[in-house]
Design a protein around this ligand. Structure first.
Ligand code: APR
Length: 393
């Protein structure tokens, strides 16, 4: 026999987008239920992003899930570019008045899961066979299996926060246009128990390829090494990782201290957008609708902006019956998404070495980096895009 649950907003996926949306809705007096295919342990174990722009920090804080981030996160007021043996520091705070925060997505997810469960928020982990129904009508629903039981979740709206491989976007595929590009590079992503090479991000643009040094705390380094697109992780034993990282920093003042590797994985550089981000009573947010190459660290920040916008629109709809913000969700979100795509694409080209490219290509790339460091207007434009949009929240 099947069991039926009811809520106002059914959320598919307990990644950063789904979890934050549930918090923002709860604050606005709107009931939601999250359905997640993985276990709580799996959801809380994923490493992924960790560079938060100032609007994301503001939104997480306003959502009531920012206290550990404020205490343990590492603020970054600058960013470093290292190329041809010279370090160029860009002072983000001086140019824009804004800073970034380094705090791992895994910690954000843990904070948000704990926060929701502490207030009786509804997250059903380890559900299977999730299917959407009635998206075009007024009473959509989601069917699924949970703990061996057939279940139905009746709701008024559904939000697909189920990432790139989820089921929500495919459910409306005929209504969508999609844009997809692979950039021809991958990253070996490494999390290591060691002092980071710097407290601020370092982009080392070496002839051998990009090395991006970041951090998750003052004792945990996160770094990425450019490699060919199809390379497999087993081609990167521990010694090769440290040797390559050292080579790409050679000649500079940064000190790399090898330590135990806690996690390594492959990240494929790709760009993807599905539009529109809504159809009937289904809205898409985060990776379900768009993927950016991580060169400019925009993925998590774009997802946060999506669900913040959606929470405001749903609040207005429930408060006054006015659905105009909901109707405009996709149009406004896509402006932000395409700007994020533009900038991420530009940074991807700026930073990665085309190993098979000509010497001319490489010299032009270095000239572009020189131009960025030496030209006030170029630097100002870069910083505005890099620190992210100002948002009133
Ligand atoms: N039913 C329920 N849950 C599902 C389903 C499904 N059919 N398919 C996938 N999921 C879950 C996944 O297990 C995952 O927990 O949806 C969640 C999607 O989470 P993410 O992939 O992290 O997507 P999102 O929340 O949009 O991520 C936001 O953070 O690090 C970044 O790359 C990430 O840029 C993205 C941002």
């Amino acid at each position: 026999m099947s069991r039926t649950l009811r809520t106002q907003v059914g959320i598919v996926g307990a990644g950063p987008a789904g979890l934050l949306l549930a918090h923002l809705l709860r604050q606005r007096g709107i009931d939601s239920v999250i359905l997640e295919t993985r276990s709580r342990e799996r959801v809380e174990a994923r490493v992924r992003a960790g560079q938060l722009d100032s609007t994301t920090v503001q939104i997480l804080t306003a959502a009531g899930v920012g206290s550990r981030m404020q205490a343990e996160g590492v603020p970054n007021s600058g960013v470093n570019f290292y190329f041809r043996g010279n370090t160029h520091r860009i002072d983000l705070r001086a140019v824009s008045g804004r800073t970034l925060m380094m705090y791992g997505q895994r910690e954000i997810v843990r904070d948000m899961v704990a926060g929701l469960l502490a207030v009786d928020g509804k997250i059903l982990f380890e559900v299977t066979d999730v299917e959407l129904h009635g998206i075009d009508g007024r009473t959509p629903s989601i069917t699924f299996h949970s703990a061996g039981q057939d279940m139905a979740l009746e709701c008024e709206f559904i939000v697909g926060c189920d990432g790139y491989h989820g089921i929500c976007r495919p459910a409306i595929a005929p209504a969508l246009s999609t844009f997809d590009v692979a950039h021809g590079f991958s990253w070996v992503a490494v999390l290591a128990q060691t002092k980071p090479v710097a407290e601020e991000v370092v982009y080392a643009c070496h002839d051998r390829g990009l090395a991006l040094f970041s951090l998750r705390s003052r004792a945990v380094a996160r770094f990425y090494l450019q490699c060919p697109q199809e390379e497999q992780l087993d081609a990167w034993p521990v010694d090769r990782i440290w040797d390559e990282a050292r080579l790409r920093l050679e000649g500079g003042a940064f000190v790399l201290e090898p330590g135990p590797i806690l996690e390594s994985s492959m990240v494929r550089m790709r760009s993807f957008v599905a539009e529109p981000m809504q159809h009937g009573r289904l809205f898409l947010a985060g990776d379900a609708a768009h993927i950016v190459p991580p060169s400019a660290a925009k993925g998590l920040n774009l997802a946060v902006a999506d669900v913040y916008q959606l929470a405001q629109a749903l609040q207005e709809r429930y408060r006054s019956g006015d659905a105009s913000l909901l109707r405009d969700y996709s149009r406004i979100a896509l402006e932000r998404v395409w700007e994020g795509q533009r900038f991420s694409d530009w940074m991807t080209r700026l930073l990665h070495t085309n190993i098979n490219g000509s010497a001319m290509d490489r010299r032009i790339q270095l000239a572009e980096l020189d131009h960025l460091m030496a030209t006030q207007a170029a630097l100002g434009n870069f910083v505005e895009s890099y620190v992210g949009p100002k948002m009133s929240c």
